[in-house]
Design a protein around this ligand. Structure first.
Ligand code: URA
Length: 236
């Protein structure tokens, strides 16, 4: 559904210009929509049907924002950006006006792939267990990874909040494994290994759906997800 909105509202929602600044720019004739000079802030447009130029620069109009972050250790998956160590404080200021939140939580000491968005429907689709979207983790534990762990993960480990869905455990090295979940309970991987008296030493999420952490995305880096990447996240 395309929503008709005042141009000053569209611009203030999608950029860091204030309504006052927008009014000034309009009065100076510096805002164009679809190559037509905007005369008044109250002019209405379909949000998704405009090419916006402000001071000669083309501005992208987007319904939703999807960011990919390579989460460093020490950051929390909160939506409270007042907290200094919130992952939201790694997001560039230009997205500040969006109601962004992490689509799925990672523990403070977990690193890796995180999607930050303002699209609740999208987040639901990748998080709800009945959607079966894979979350792929590299794990290091303090005791050797065993084939018993592999078998029990596949059967469904019993935690105090119920039986986990079948999970894949691929043994990589003596102490290292890849774990693939299709649900996301609180501290799930740590609690699953704790059932075998194993402690998780390192946890790094490397994939969601068919999207893997891009090699060039350094720890702490954030960028917009490409269309192709967005499709990969949702693929099963
Ligand atoms: N499982 C955990 O225990 N922690 C995470 O951050 C993600 C999955």
């Amino acid at each position: 559904m395309n929503i008709i909105k005042r141009i000053d509202r569209i611009i203030s929602e999608q950029t860091n210009y204030s309504r006052k600044e927008i009014k000034k720019l309009i009065s100076k004739g510096l805002i164009y929509v679809n190559d037509q000079q905007v005369k008044k802030p109250e002019c209405k447009f379909e949000e998704n049907d405009i090419v916006l130029k402000i001071e000669g620069k083309e501005i992208d109009i987007k319904d939703h924002i999807y960011l990919i972050l390579n989460k460093p250790k020490g950051f929390v998956s909160t939506t409270d950006d007042v907290k200094e160590n919130s992952v939201l404080n790694l997001v560039p200021l230009k997205y500040k006006k969006r109601n962004l939140f992490p689509a799925g939580r990672l523990d403070k000491d977990t690193t890796g792939l995180m999607i930050i968005t303002d699209d609740g429907g999208f987040a639901h689709n990748i998080l709800a267990p009945n959607k079966h979207v894979k979350k792929i983790y590299e794990v290091k534990i303090d005791i050797p990874v065993s084939s018993i762990m592999k078998e029990e993960f596949a059967k469904g480990v019993i935690l105090n909040d119920g039986v986990c869905k079948s999970a894949e455990l691929n043994i990589k090295e003596k102490y290292r494994a890849e774990v693939i979940l299709t649900e996301g309970r609180y501290h799930q991987i740590k609690r699953m290994f704790a059932c075998f008296k194993a402690k998780v030493i390192e946890l790094n999420r490397i994939g969601i759906g068919d999207l893997y952490l891009p090699k060039d995305l350094k720890i702490g880096d954030v960028r917009e997800v490409t269309k192709n990447e967005l499709l990969k996240i949702q693929e099963k």
